[in-house]
Design a protein around this ligand. Sequence first.
Ligand code: PT1
Length: 279
Amino acid sequence: MILDCAGKPLDLSHPQVMGILNVTPDSFSDGGQFLAQDSALAQAKQMVTDGAGIIDVGGESTRPGAAIVSVEEEIARVLPVIEAIRSEIDIPISIDTSKPEVMRAAVDAGAGLINDVRALQVEGALQAAVDCDVPVCLMHAQGTPQTMQDAPQYEDVVTEVISFLHERIIACEKVGIPRDKIILDPGFGFGKRATHNLRLMKHLAKVIEINLPVLIGVSRKSMIGKLLNVSVEERLAASLSLAAISVWQGAKIIRSHDVRETVQAVMMCDHVIQVNDFD
Ligand code: PT1
């Protein structure tokens, strides 16, 4: 139940919060304000203080309609940040990327988990993950960030997401990534309409039944904006409620912009889950 992230332990016997550290000029919610290395480091330190169990560093925005970024640009964005965090902070770093070259460079610099919204489907990504020898998060998406929200369609979103995740687990095992290094993510907001996201959330327990740790990313996402008609700055309460619903069903990692508040929500849920009925 303790995941070894390149020497840094991630204890999944309790739910953990993954702090989001975007290093993209067009980054979602943060407006690129953490581009500078030292402010990225300050942000990472604050996340540790606030109770994050892991920090997710990403140099490619994957929100709907985001721009494509080159390998060179992505490496230039994330490497200095990973190096700075690694030298001063003791918790695991995750690299949010789909590019094999970025995976290799990031893990060389000290990242301990590969978080891939394309579930290692890019040419060379499976082999990069094998060589990096760190845990991987496999996420479901329909389409690519550029076009995924144009016309998402499913016959049965829950079944289709689960089938996809099973296929990717098998692809991983085939190349030598063992099950005990795999985390799953149904991919909220990735080629899904509001109803698809809601059905996935309602039936998240079915994803949990695969019996691998499940990661959830709902923080500030547009499904909340669509359903509640609130701007991105006003989505904290709804994000926390979705985090609680996820943890209650068994999710082990919650990816969030708002670490302090999410840690409180997740810990409260965990207290309810863990309470002894007989004393
Ligand atoms: C996620 C995730 C991620 N989300 C994992 N990694 C993003 N494992 C980046 C919107 O609808 O859920 N899981 N890495 C950010 N992507 C989005 C997608 C941001 C949709 C916003 C939206 O607003």
